[in-house]
Design a protein around this ligand. Structure first.
Ligand code: G
Ligand code: G
Ligand code: NA
Ligand code: MN
Length: 249
């Protein structure tokens, strides 16, 4: 339909932009930002990624869009303090793309970003197919020196075999488990267990969707390494990061 047709030209028309959401330590120091893709349609306005990303995947457009986003995000990171990381989401099609590892290496080289400042986020659904090649891809990225996060952990197909077999640096606990944390003892037990599991495997843990001070304090007390969510900061355009950092502790 119409939306689908506009999506095909959105990249050339400059309709995509990127917002950045802070990742912070439990002491509220900024550690980096996650890049989030946005599409502003000239007539309809902003269209949520949950609508257009699956569409772009289906029409084979996501690889091109992802390439553009990766370069944007790496360039943005070059203008931040040199210990900040930038996290980029990889959709299934991008992760499964033959040229992914070359693209990542070339982009880092082109932009001059240190590999360990780039964090690639993949979800478990990506790993459902092609297990042997997936391991190759993750190992190659690992050798390049980029960091790899398992996004939305605990939802969908959560299988502990992924943690055993794949070289993740970080597990991101899905916001579903954080939402009712303060009032939900079962949720607390699950989050505590994920933190222990990750640390036992030598991985870091990020909590997503932290919306209240109470949640942040609880997560700090339980040893969660990084926090992300509206309580710590909303997604903002690259141009707003300077001001955000001046206002944060
Ligand atoms: O703000 P939020 O609505 O951005 O994101 C919704 C979903 O879209 C999330 O699951 C997020 O991971 C995904 N998403 C956001 N930006 C990107 C991107 O650049 N690439 C991919 N593949 N997914 C993204
Ligand atoms: O799948 P992924 O984790 O990449 O998606 C992140 C999504 O979660 C984005 O849509 C982002 O805007 C949203 N998000 C980030 N922080 C919060 C939060 O504190 N609360 C809620 N409800 N959504 C959040
Ligand atoms: Na993500
Ligand atoms: Mn997530």
């Amino acid at each position: 339909e119409m939306l689908r047709r506009s999506l095909r030209t959105a990249l050339q028309e400059g309709e995509f932009f990127v917002e950045y959401q802070p990742l912070v330590s439990p002491a509220f120091e900024v550690l980096g930002f996650e890049a989030l893709l946005r599409w502003r349609h000239p007539l309809i306005g902003n269209i949520p990624p949950s609508v257009f990303i699956p569409m772009a995947e289906k029409d084979g457009l996501m690889s091109e869009i992802g390439k553009w986003l990766l370069e944007q995000a790496c360039r943005a990171a070059m203008s931040w303090p040199s210990h900040f990381t930038v996290a980029v989401n990889l959709s299934p099609a991008e992760f499964l793309h033959e040229g992914l590892t070359d693209r990542v290496a070339q982009t880092l080289d082109l932009v001059g970003l240190r590999p360990d400042r780039l964090e690639l986020e993949i979800t478990e659904s990506v790993l459902l197919e092609r297990t042997i090649n997936n391991l190759d891809t993750l190992n190659t990225l690992n050798v390049l020196g980029v960091q790899i996060s398992l996004d939305d952990f605990g939802t969908f197909y959560s299988s502990l075999s992924y943690l055993k077999n794949f070289p993740f640096d970080t597990i991101k606990i899905d916001q579903y488990f954080i939402k009712d944390l303060e009032h939900d003892e079962k949720g607390q037990t699950i989050v505590r267990s994920i933190i222990a599991l990750a640390h036992g495997l030598g991985m870091h843990v990020t909590a997503e969707g932290v919306e209240t001070e109470g949640q942040a304090i609880w997560l700090e007390k339980e040893g969660c390494d990084r926090l992300q969510g509206y309580f710590l900061g909303f997604p903002i355009p690259a141009e707003a990061i300077g001001e955000f950092l001046r206002k944060s502790p």
